[in-house]
Write a protein that binds this ligand. Structure first.
Ligand code: HEM
Length: 129
C-alpha cells in the first residue's frame, strides 16, 4: 500500500483554479479538478472553496450518502497532523440529550402549575375578597 500524502494548509491555499482545484474536507485533501463540470451543485461552488477548508460548506448542503461515497474518488491525501482540526463528534450523545430534556421538562412541569395557582388566587381574591 502506498503512503498517504500529507499536505499543509499553506500548500493547498493557491490551488484554487479550474486547472487545479483542491480543497480540504474533514482533514482530508480532495482534488476535484476533473469533477468540476460533473458536480450536481455546479462548478462555481467548488471553485469558491478551492484552496480552503470546505468542511462546513460541504456539511451545510447536507450531501447524500451517495455524494459521500463519490467523494472518496477524489482524495489525494490528508493534512499534516499540525494542521488538522479536531472533528466534531457526530455520534448522538444520550447523556447530554437526556440532561437537556430533563431541564426543559422540569421547567415546564413546575412553572405552569405555579403560574396557574397564582392566577387562581388572584382571581379568587378579586371576586370574593
Ligand atoms: C468531493 C466533494 C463533493 C462531492 C463528491 C459532491 C457531490 C455532490 C452530489 C452528488 C450532489 C447532488 C446531491 C446529493 O447527492 O447530495 C451535490 C450537490 C451539491 N453540492 Fe456537492 N459535492 C462535493 C463538494 C461540495 C462542496 C465543497 C460544496 C460547497 C462549497 C458543495 C455544494 C453543493 C451544492 C450547493 C449542491 C446542490 C444541492 C441542491 O441542489 O440541493 N459540494 N454535490
Amino acid at each position: 500500500m502506498s503512503e498517504i500524502k500529507r499536505f499543509t494548509r499553506v500548500e493547498i491555499q493557491n490551488r484554487n483554479s479550474k486547472q487545479d482545484a483542491v480543497f480540504i474536507i474533514n482533514n482530508e485533501v480532495y482534488n476535484v479538478t476533473s469533477f468540476l463540470d460533473d458536480h450536481p451543485g455546479g462548478h462555481e461552488v467548488l471553485l469558491n472553496v478551492a484552496g480552503k477548508d470546505a468542511s462546513e460548506d460541504f456539511d451545510d448542503v447536507g450531501h447524500s450518502t451517495d455524494a459521500k461515497e463519490m467523494m472518496k474518488k477524489y482524495i489525494i491525501g490528508e493534512l499534516v497532523d499540525e494542521d488538522k482540526v479536531e472533528l466534531k463528534k457526530r455520534t448522538f450523545n444520550w447523556e447530554e440529550h437526556s440532561k437537556e430534556n430533563a431541564n426543559t421538562s422540569f421547567v415546564s412541569s413546575w412553572k405552569f402549575p405555579v403560574l396557574l395557582g397564582l392566577l387562581m388566587t388572584m382571581l379568587y381574591t378579586y371576586l370574593f375578597g
